[in-house]
Design a binder for this molecule. Structure first.
Ligand code: ADP
Length: 456
């Protein structure tokens, strides 16, 4: 850049300077013609015409002013006048002079030696054909141009250095400003990773950082929910598994404490221990079913199943249990439903819901299973005339280990995992499950599942 500025100045300055000098030389050339200088001037003559002296003075002034040398060359290439008084009388045949006689004006700039050389034709104004009668060969110093260029060079360099420094500083400041907020986010995330705090991060510098912070906070809160539910699940599992063990331990200890307890007591306690073992077993079975359900997302064995037939088989299987409480089991099949489902999981859903409807029913109650479909889904409902579910418990009944009445549920063998398993199986089929219930009147569970399985 510096070079371009200086070079442009140099070209312009040389052009300007030569044009000024050339103008003055032209004026002088006219004087020469007017006074017939070329024909009448004799440098060695002691008596000079006044007009010649004036011209000499003008030439001296010009050469002094521009620190230059002017030579006036006559028609026979003889130097008539040289302001340096060196070459007078000599013959000067140079390319420039010859060309000038032919009418070409030449301006040469020799930057290396610091001078501008130019030729000016001395043309007779009275001649019709404008013949060149003589040539003025002028060389002037470019001292002022070079000194200006030198200082221009210095200025340009200083300007360039200042610009570079400013650009670098500016880039540093801007990049610091741009990356600062992201570094703060990284730091905040690193702190969370190291476990110093669990606070949500907040970097409000840019819209992007706000989005990143929000997304990260949401992710963190989701992770926290997952982590909390995992902890809760583990603690629930431990608790549920421990309860039967504690009972067994109490029963066994009390037998040990009585060395001569009667055989009936032994029998009674052993029966209790056996039922606790059954309970432990059913909890473990349910837990395994639940974890299997979580893992087998990809492993659904989808086939075309007649849902009505499946419901009938399940009701038939459960009828003996219902009969114990004199509960009437009915199936209302509004239309034939054939759907793409995993038969084992579908029968698990139905069994769990009907089993609950029987379990939480009163003596001589009723359970009604209905089956219907629209274009996309089939709807399976299980309604009972049981104890119903309190409104405040409704949001939790699908949670693992949640039981409305712990002692009652335990009495009838509930693990609190049945509905959680049912819901997982329904979700695997991309379906929904809901419940409406009124305490003391009964509950109705509604399962909606797409007729055609759409994949994971
Ligand atoms: P459980 O093994 O205890 O039956 P579930 O997950 O199947 O566990 O049910 C959770 C709780 O929901 C039950 O403990 C019971 O209190 C309540 N519940 C489930 N189904 C019914 C129903 N049909 N009528 C009333 N309460 C029910």
């Amino acid at each position: 850049m510096e070079l371009v500025i200086v070079k442009t100045y140099e070209v312009k300055a040389v052009e300007q300077r030569s044009a000024t000098v050339q103008n003055q030389l032209m004026v002088l050339a006219n004087h020469l013609i007017a006074n017939e200088f070329l024909a009448s001037y004799n440098p060695n003559s002691p008596y000079k015409l006044e007009s010649h002296e004036i011209i000499e003075a003008e030439l001296d002034m010009l050469s002094n002013l521009y620190e230059g040398r002017v030579m006036i060359i006559g028609p026979n290439y003889k130097v008539i006048l040289d302001t340096y008084n060196i070459s007078e009388g000599r013959t000067m045949i140079s390319e420039e002079v010859v060309k000038c006689f032919r009418g070409e004006n030449i301006t040469n700039y020799d930057g290396e030696h610091g001078y501008i050389e130019m030729t000016t034709p001395i043309v007779s104004t009275t001649d019709a054909d404008n013949t060149v009668q003589g040539v003025m060969l002028t060389s002037i110093s470019d001292q002022t141009i070079t000194s200006t260029m030198r200082s221009l060079n210095r200025n340009a360099m200083a300007f360039e250095i200042i610009t570079i420094v400013m650009v670098v500083t500016f880039s540093f400041i801007v990049s610091g400003m741009l990356t600062g907020p992201f570094e703060r986010i990284t730091k905040a995330i690193a702190e969370l990773k190291a476990g110093y705090s669990n606070d949500p991060i907040s970097v409000k510098s840019y819209t992007e950082t706000v989005h990143i912070s929000d997304a990260f906070n949401q992710l963190q809160s989701r992770m926290k929910t997952v982590d909390d539910s995992r902890k809760e699940f583990v603690s629930n599992v431990s608790h549920e598994l421990k309860t039967p063990l504690t009972s067994m331990k109490v029963l066994a200890d009390s037998l040990i404490a009585q060395p001569d307890a009667p055989a009936e007591l032994y029998r009674e306690f052993m029966e209790d221990i056996a039922s606790e073992i059954d309970r432990e077993n059913s909890i473990i079975t349910d837990l395994l079913a639940l974890t299997k359900m979580d893992m087998s997302k990809q492993e659904l064995n989808i086939t075309s199943v007649n849902i009505g037939d499946l419901a009938e088989i399940i009701l038939k299987r459960l009828r003996p249990i219902a009969r114990k409480k004199d509960i009437e089991l009915t199936l209302e099949e509004k239309r034939e439903v054939i759907a793409d489902v995993d038969e084992v999981k579908m029968s698990l859903i139905m069994t769990n819901l009907v089993e609950n409807a029987i379990k939480y029913n009163k003596e001589h109650g009723s359970v009604t299973v209905t089956l219907d479909s629209d274009f996309q889904n089939f709807i399976f409902t299980v309604g009972d005339s049981g104890c119903g579910i309190p409104e405040e418990s409704l949001p939790f009944i699908f949670d693992r280990f949640y039981r409305v009445d712990k002692s009652h549920s335990r009495e009838i063998g509930g693990t609190g995992l049945g509905l959680a398993i049912t819901r997982s199986a329904v979700l695997l089929h991309r379906g929904t499950i809901g419940v409406v219930s009124e305490e003391g009147t009964g509950s109705t569970f509604t399962v909606t599942i797409p007729l055609n399985y759409t994949g994971a």
